[in-house]
Design a protein around this ligand. Sequence first.
Ligand SMILES: Nc1ncnc2c1ncn2[C@@H]1O[C@H](COP(=O)(O)OP(=O)(O)OP(=O)(O)O)[C@@H](O)[C@H]1O
Ligand SMILES: [Mg+2]
Length: 360
Amino acid sequence: MTTKQQVPPPETRWADELARLAEEPGARPPGWKMTPAAVVSFIVGNDRLKITRKFVGDVSLIERCVITLAGERALLLVGEPGTAKSMLSELLSVAICGTSGLTVQGSAGTTEDQLRYGWNYAQLLAQGPSEAALVDSPVLAAMRTGRVARIEEITRCLPEVQDGLVSVLSERRLVVPELGEYAVHAAPGFCVIATANLRDRGVTEMSAALKRRFNFEAVEPIDDADAEIALVAERTRQALIAAGAPETVDQVVVETLVTAFRDLRLGLSREGWSVEKPSTVLSTAEAVAISGSIALAGAFFPHARDGIRLIPGQLLGAVRKDDPDDGARLLAYWDSVVKRRAAEGNHTWAQLWDQRGVLQ
Ligand SMILES: Nc1ncnc2c1ncn2[C@@H]1O[C@H](COP(=O)(O)OP(=O)(O)OP(=O)(O)O)[C@@H](O)[C@H]1O
Ligand SMILES: [Mg+2]
């Protein structure tokens, strides 16, 4: 019997789709569970095969990612926070090798052990270095079994720790000097997908040697407004279901919230009016989170039914997280775009305009 999980990993969540795609005929790179075309279908959806769309964006980006991995090149997904880099890396790895779990979470505290190998110290002290005392990192486990290793936020690791990957990526072999000649050779199918956030320590600090071993792919925010609105609405519906609330999503609230996010992110309203951009990132991921909170508040508290009224406070929270001056930029957005839309007779934006006091 399986117990319920708050966030089931993609291997469980999409088990059915993955099993069907693995049946699709065609040549596949060594060690791959499915063809490269099936991997792309898993991520961007396929009507014929009844595969849901998971990533909203450029199909050619996904194709390039898949080809990089098929050629046994390491892939580095870079972009602003909340552009679905981690989600993409999970989906790619689960489709290619059946697991998304061989993961190292990069941080300032990541050590070389976590990228290469460590020791079981009880055994090490009792018997000295031996193969049995070796503790594989997720990267080493992926090499042995020909699967995908994922390294999240690689640029947050110290450069000298990151460089532990250089020989793994070029020689496809990891030597354990403590065991003499012992080395682990990567099985066919082994590859690495890393993600890096342009806002934290950037890729500029990565060593040239390591950079050269990765294919960089930039993941951009969602270009199409309707697609972003649909995605946020769908994720909001899922949040309501997960919380045991009725799954009715207020489309007007979602559309208004995403429109404000996009205006502020792009520095340009959909009418073409210029907007002073806050320095903070207003990602789709954050729009999903805020839209979910507003919908849940409305579902559980009668006084919060009118979601539009909650937008200004939520936006202010999102905007002010990095720079307090961004609060003033939000107010400037109200005094320009929100005011103009209200003056043109738009009921929803007039309601927002009435809420201006929340921002002061
Ligand atoms: N293009 C997109 N397609 C589908 N979902 C998206 C897209 N952009 C953002 N999302 C939503 O954003 C969520 C968070 O994405 P994720 O955590 O993968 O972002 P990230 O780029 O890794 O962010 P960070 O840099 O902060 O780690 C996803 O689960 C999804 O709901
Ligand atoms: Mg991430």
